[in-house]
Each structure stands twice: as structure tokens, then as C-alpha cells.
Design a protein around this ligand. Structure first.
Ligand code: HEC
Ligand SMILES: [Ca+2]
Length: 492
């Protein structure tokens, strides 16, 4: 959408401001360790506003407005950072490098992004819709309700399909159901118990690519701690279904991955939990850091990791951390916060989307053994408006950087790749959902590791929990508030 590259200059009008929506996983009590008690809004208002204006509208000392689409893109992150650090001496702006640390300077860039977002969101960035037909950059579509509110959905979280076209839907409180032609079956009996704590519960469902032969269905869930009535941890199981119509029972269950009991946590934050097959015999799944950012940097703990195991749960010999017996051999990549999107694209690249705290949600291409940096680097600030980290590595640090960062947050949740049968114009593109910012669904095209197209396909239908491309090639979206399943249908 920023590709519109309109040099649109928007005047500052306080009455147009929308309240800033926080990422859904905002947990004010769970701050990453803080370096200072600096409040960035106050710092900006006291130090910068006399020239740039409290909303970034400019006007003082010959400054121009910062509230333009052109200056909102990530290509300006470093430019803004450098301008603040080194100043603009020939135009009368001091260098703040001598008086502010780098994290604070970056925090001010995030503050400016939040100010800019209020204008771009309110005025120009919405999808184009007329009489129910959405006109996106490459294809037209309309939205169709697949499963209506009230039909047995409660925070639908994950979707997948059986070869006969029946859809499996998880409900986060702990139900798995079958659905077809808008009808939803009763709760599938015999599935493992789960514990809905905060963002956790029954999460993803993934049908084995060879289901027709082996019958395996994989689930991710918050496994209740046997000793602590409040605690739980992400667990992956597989089982088989005995199906009659839309009624089914679960049997032959096997545990694919389970963490050690001492790692179980009562925190309601950050379970991750998407499951992906590579069709070469491996299964990947994501595990959030459970509200403990520092644990994402610890290879002896499951928090903040993406795992790879064989389809039966055994450890592949070529996993990156199998040498040191203290490290978890199932780890594939680390330094993640809350990866609630995971998909393998048509070229075999694995992608995740993950939540940042206030700003800094990420799309990452996942490489074997790589460290994605949380919480040592982040494009975000703390929920309480204080500086958090730098968005790029310092000397000696080796972190993989996001292909795309959402600043402010979109509450990244749900990710899939368009197969092309229904939307050939979008073949190979990623479709990504968001819980925050009015529930957008994005289409993202990446070429040679760079985002070449990014647009908001639609928004304002509900909070997006999952985006999944069906066997019919249509893009399905699981929504919450209201609990519904909708799909995008092409319009010629
Ligand atoms: C004395 C006035 C003044 C103060 C105080 C000031 N600036 Fe500036 N700033 C300017 C001028 C003048 C420019 C260059 C012209 C422009 O970009 O409008 C500039 C440029 C910038 C730019 C680069 C904009 C671009 O388009 O690339 C950023 C970012 C910026 N300032 C941020 C800040 C922040 C953050 C503070 C407070 C820590 C601050 N400025 C304090 C006057 C000021
Ligand atoms: Ca990261």
C-alpha cells in the first residue's frame, strides 16, 4: 500500500487522530528489562516538538511535516536514526548522539512512526471496496461467509482440510470440529485436554500431506502442567480420526514434542504454535517465549524457538544443535518472540510472522540455526513508552533481520502461501493476518529476499486468527470478534 508512493502531504489536524491500537498481546505487566525510565512521548514533546510539532506536523525552525507516506517506509529507519544522532547542522538541528543512547534515539524513531501511522491509517491506507467487490493491485475479490457466527465457533485459531474437503477447525478453549458446507459438527471426542490460559489453549491443526495413506492429524496445544494448576506449555501431538459425517473421535494419539515439566509456565503470553510440514519427512512448529524474552536466547530452553523434528517426533541428524547435550536438539532457529504465523512457500523457504511488543512485528525467512535476535534487537519499544533495543545488530552480534517489519504492530497472526488455482495473479505470494489495527489481511510478494509488493487486501471484519489457503485455492480467514470463517472469492 505504501507502494502507492503518493507524495501525499497531509496536514496535521488533531481531530482526525485515531486512538492507537495496541497489539493484541499487549501485556503491560510483562515488560522486557528496561534500561531507563524514559518516556518517549514526553522526551519528544520536551525536546523535539518545538520544531517538529507534537504530532510531527513541522513548522518550527523551517521544518517540513514528517507526516507523509514517503517518509513512513522502512527505508527511512536508518535515515531518521542518523538525522537524530548526528543532527542536521546546516539546518539548525543539533546532534543528539552526545546526550542520548542509541536505544533512546531509536525509540524516538518509533515514536515518529506512531505519529505518522495515525495519519496514513486514517486517510489513505484502506483497501478499495465498492459494493462488496475489493479491487486489489492484481485481482478483484469479494468476501464470503463460510461459517457463521454462532455455529459452534469460539476463538477459532487454526484451520486445515482433509482430502475429501472437510475442514478441521480448532477453537482455542479446547474444541476441535469438522465443518462442511457451512455446517459444523460436534466437538471431536477424545482429543487431549488443554488449558486455555491467556493466549494459549488448543491452537493449530495440521493434516499430514499424506493423510490419505497414513491418517495423521497434528495438533498444537497448551498442555496443562500435572503439578501446577495454573501452568501450561506448548505441546505437539498427532492422532487419527474415526469419522462419520461431521462427527468424529480421536484415537491412536502420540506425543511428537513435549517440554520438560520444569519449563511449564503460568504466563498467559506467547505460545507460538503453528505446525508446518516440509513434505520431506519433517515437521516444523513454533514456540513462543512465554513472556520471558531472555529465554529466547537460551538454547537449553524451549522458549522462543522454531523446532524441526521428524514426523514421528524423533530428532533429524542434521538439526543444528545436536552436538551439545545441554541444548535442545529439536531447535531449528532461535531468538523468536511469539511466532503465530509459519508457512513453507512454493520454493521451499520457511517463513514466520511474529509479534513485537509496541511496534516491530516481523516477517522472517527462517534459516537453519539462525538467531532472530529477540529481545536483544527489536524494531519496537516497550508498552509503557520506554526505549527497548536497537533494530540492528551491534558489532559482534550475528542476528537474522526481518524481511519486513510492521511498525506499528499489526498483531501478526496466521500466514499462508497462495497456491494459484483460484488466484493465479497471486501465486506464490504470502497472505498474512493481523489481530490489531482493525484486523488486516496483507498480501506480500517477495523476490530475491526483498518485499516487492505489500498491500492490505481487506480489514475491519474481525481479529484475524488464521489465514489458510484451502484445497480449492481460495483464501480462508478465521476471525474472532465476531467468531466467523470467511473466504476470498475471485471476481472476474
Ligand atoms: C531547532 C529545531 C529542531 C529541533 C529541536 C529538532 N529538529 Fe529535527 N530537524 C530540524 C530541521 C530543520 C530538520 C531538517 C529539515 C526537515 O527535515 O524538515 C530536521 C530533520 C529531522 C529529521 C529528518 C527528517 C527527514 O525528512 O529525513 C528527523 C528524523 C528529526 N529531525 C527528528 C528530530 C527529533 C526526534 C528531535 C528531538 C530529539 C529533533 N528532530 C529536534 C529541526 C529540529
Ligand atoms: Ca527478530
Amino acid at each position: 500500500m505504501l507502494k502507492l508512493s503518493l507524495a501525499l502531504t497531509l496536514t496535521a489536524c488533531a481531530f482526525l487522530l485515531l486512538p492507537l491500537e495496541k497489539s493484541s498481546d499487549a501485556e503491560p505487566g510483562k515488560q522486557a528489562p528496561q534500561q531507563t525510565a524514559i518516556n518517549l512521548t514526553r522526551l519528544y514533546n520536551d525536546t523535539c516538538a518545538k520544531c517538529h510539532g507534537e504530532q510531527g506536523e513541522g513548522g518550527g525552525a523551517g521544518t517540513k511535516t514528517l507526516l507523509t507516506l514517503e517518509k513512513f517506509g522502512s527505508q527511512h529507519d536508518k535515515l531518521f536514526f542518523d538525522a537524530i544522532k548526528k543532527g542536521v547542522p546546516d539546518m539548525g538541528m543539533d546532534a543528539y548522539g552526545p546526550t542520548m543512547n542509541d536505544e533512546t534515539i531509536w525509540g524516538l524513531v518509533v515514536h515518529l512512526r506512531e505519529l505518522q501511522n495515525k495519519y496514513t491509517e486514517a486517510l489513505v491506507a484502506g483497501p478499495k471496496e465498492t459494493e462488496g467487490v475489493y479491487t486489489s493491485q492484481r485481482a478483484k475479490f469479494r468476501l464470503e461467509t463460510v461459517v457463521e457466527k454462532g455455529k459452534g465457533l469460539a476463538v477459532p485459531w487454526g484451520l486445515d482440510w482433509l482430502p475429501d474437503g472437510k475442514m478441521l477447525i480448532t477453537n482455542r478453549p479446547g474444541a476441535l470440529r469438522l465443518s462442511q458446507n457451512g455446517e459444523v459438527g460436534p466437538e471431536i471426542t477424545g482429543i487431549p485436554a488443554t488449558r486455555e490460559i491467556g493466549q494459549g489453549g488448543l491452537m493449530d491443526v495440521a493434516v499430514h500431506p499424506n493423510y490419505a495413506k497414513n491418517g495423521w492429524v497434528y495438533l498444537s496445544l497448551t498442555d496443562p502442567s500435572p503439578t501446577d494448576p495454573k501452568a501450561g506449555m506448548t505441546k505437539i501431538v498427532r492422532g487419527k480420526l474415526k469419522i462419520e459425517g461431521l462427527t468424529a473421535s480421536w484415537h491412536s494419539e502420540q506425543t511428537i514434542y513435549q517440554s520438560k515439566p520444569e519449563t511449564y509456565s503460568p504466563s498467559g503470553a506467547h505460545f507460538g504454535s503453528r505446525i508446518v510440514f516440509d513434505k520431506k519427512g519433517h515437521v516444523f512448529f513454533s514456540h513462543g517465549e512465554r513472556g520471558s524474552g531472555e529465554k529466547a536466547q537460551d538454547l537449553t530452553l524451549p522458549n522462543g524457538k522454531i523446532f524441526r523434528v521428524n514426523e514421528d517426533g524423533s530428532i533429524p541428524k542434521d538439526n543444528p544443535f545436536t552436538k551439545d547435550p545441554n541444548q535442545l536438539p529439536a531447535i531449528w532457529s532461535w531468538g523468536h518472540r511469539n511466532p503465530q504465523g509459519l508457512v513453507m512457500d512454493l520454493k521451499g523457504n520457511l517463513w514466520d510472522t511474529e509479534h513485537g511488543p509496541r511496534g516491530g512485528d516481523e516477517l522472517n525467512v527462517i534459516q537453519k540455526g539462525a538467531n532472530y535476535g529477540w529481545p536483544l534487537i527489536a524494531t519496537s519499544i516497550n508498552y509503557n513508552d520506554s526505549p527497548l533495543a536497537l533494530p540492528w545488530p551491534k558489532e559482534g552480534q550475528n542476528f537474522a533481520l526481518p524481511t519486513l517489519r510492521w511498525l506499528p504492530s499489526t498483531g501478526a497472526c496466521g500466514l499462508d502461501v497462495v497456491q494459484g488455482s483460484a488466484f493465479p495473479e497471486w501465486k506464490g505470494d504470502l497472505v498474512a493476518g493481523g489481530l490489531a489495527g482493525n484486523g488486516p489481511v496483507f498480501r506480500i510478494r517477495v523476490q530475491n529476499g526483498k518485499v516487492v509488493e505489500e498491500e492490505k487486501l481487506f480489514w475491519r471484519q474481525g481479529r484475524v486468527r488464521d489465514v489458510a489457503v484451502g484445497p480449492d485455492g481460495l483464501v480462508y480467514v478465521a476471525l474472532n470478534q465476531p467468531d466467523k470463517i470467511i473466504r476470498l472469492v475471485p471476481v472476474k
